[in-house]
Design a protein around this ligand. Sequence first.
Ligand SMILES: [Zn+2]
Length: 83
Amino acid sequence: MPTSLADLVRDKLDAGTLPHESPVKMWAGNGRGAPCTACDEPILRAQVEYEPQYDGRAPIRLHVGCHGLWQAERRRRGYLLDD
Ligand SMILES: [Zn+2]
């Protein structure tokens, strides 16, 4: 059974590759061909790249869809509080 993208995001949250904490800042821009932290596929120039900023953490880049899954999983776990 293939691993879904949501499973990947959950695994990376468990492993600490993706943080639970909210970023200090969130940047968004066009992709530069660098791999997505969640799915490891390149974020192409025609796609939007989300870059959550943290102090003292390796850069994180996410596709729009991967970012949505990360947000949803953090919300499910109680780390993301709606204001
Ligand atoms: Zn991705």
